[in-house]
Design a binder for this molecule. Structure first.
Ligand SMILES: [Zn+2]
Length: 96
């Protein structure tokens, strides 16, 4: 195996986070996700985004999806980051 990537080496194959307004049980994605570069935005300007991201260091692809539910007593936000193989990323790009 190659050396662990300094940006995304600690990411799990699937990372998810969930925040509910006013709740203490919120979880967040790893800090390093902000270092991934946006490769393709499938739903620009949407509350429910779907983006293909790439690590600038090791060139791995990630699918980043967010969801948003509005509730009168506390909206919920969810983010999911999934590591993709190169062929999965290419399949996704070709499907649009
Ligand atoms: Zn990386």
């Amino acid at each position: 195996m190659k050396n662990k990537c300094r940006i995304c080496g600690d990411f799990k194959d699937k990372e998810s986070a969930f925040q509910k307004y006013g709740s203490e049980n919120c979880t967040y994605l790893p800090e390093n996700i902000k270092n991934l570069i946006l490769f393709k935005d499938f739903r620009p300007g949407s509350d429910r985004s779907k983006q293909l991201k790439q690590c600038p260091d090791c060139k791995r692809y990630y699918l980043y999806e967010t969801d948003y539910e509005y509730f009168a007593f506390g909206s919920e936000d969810e983010q999911i980051l999934t590591r993709l193989t190169e062929s999965e990323a290419m399949k996704l790009l070709n499907s649009i």
